[in-house]
Write a protein that binds this ligand. Structure first.
Ligand code: PGA
Length: 234
């Protein structure tokens, strides 16, 4: 059985009701398969409503590791599931770097998402200093091995490629994906993320162990996102 292809948009902290309505209109009109959008929390109900009956799935960008309780500002997996959420990004490098999230927290969030039947998109990736020091494999292995990984999507996102306009070469991505492939169940989709654009997507997605992408900036522009989805599925 072939592995599932998936292109997930990570909108990060961008958008408004109006801009998201316009973006969703364009996506629903094209209605591609094998894609998902991960929206900021306040817009999830709007996204769920607009995507109902379409082929496009949706997800959240973060979740609490706790089931419920006195955790001001946090959102539980059960709350997301109640709206029909399918994916949750876990361990994104911005969470790790800017909010101090640890491997242990990523593991707990991953478990919370799995427990309620949603699919985590676990992000791993090395910084430029770690790559230059020859530590890429050790870092992604540590981030992955911290998690009880099953029934999930894995995303390789080199930190130096995120939002920088400097994507990994197809060969660099393939090398890390092949390394990760040996450490996860056979059917696991492994996405590449980091400055994927319509212009560079095709050769990256053509690599044997790259099953799609996690797209930041380019996922905010309907045509760019749709072109990237097309590059992953044709
Ligand atoms: P980018 O972000 O495509 O803007 O580099 C990717 C990500 O952070 O998931």
């Amino acid at each position: 059985m072939a592995r599932v292809r998936l292109v997930a948009g990570n909108w990060k902290m961008h958008g408004s009701r109006a801009s998201i309505a316009a973006l969703l209109d364009a996506l629903v009109k094209a209605n591609p398969r094998s894609c998902a959008v991960c929206a900021p929390f306040p817009y999830l109900a709007q996204v769920a409503e607009r995507l109902r009956g379409s082929a496009i799935a949706w997800g959240a960008q973060n979740v609490s590791e706790h089931a419920q309780g006195a955790y001001t500002g946090e959102v539980s997996a059960a709350m997301l599931a109640e709206f029909g959420c399918r994916y949750v990004i876990v361990g994104h490098s911005e969470r790790r770097q800017l909010y101090g999230e640890t491997d242990a927290q990523a593991a707990a969030k991953f478990a919370a998402v799995r427990k309620i039947g949603m699919t985590p998109i676990l992000c791993v990736g090395e910084t430029l200093a770690e790559r230059d020091a020859g530590k890429t494999e050790a870092v992604v292995a540590r981030q992955l091995d911290a998690v009880d990984f099953e029934k999930a999507v894995l995303a390789y996102e080199p930190v130096w490629a995120i939002g920088t306009g400097r994507n990994a070469t197809p060969e660099q991505a393939q090398a890390v994906h092949a390394f990760l492939r040996k450490r996860v169940p056979a059917q696991t989709p492994i996405l590449y993320g980091g400055s994927v654009k319509p212009q560079n997507a095709q050769p990256i997605f053509a690599m044997p162990d790259v099953d799609g992408g996690l797209i930041g900036g380019a996922s905010l522009v309907a045509k760019d996102f749709l072109d990237i989805v097309k590059a992953a599925t044709t």
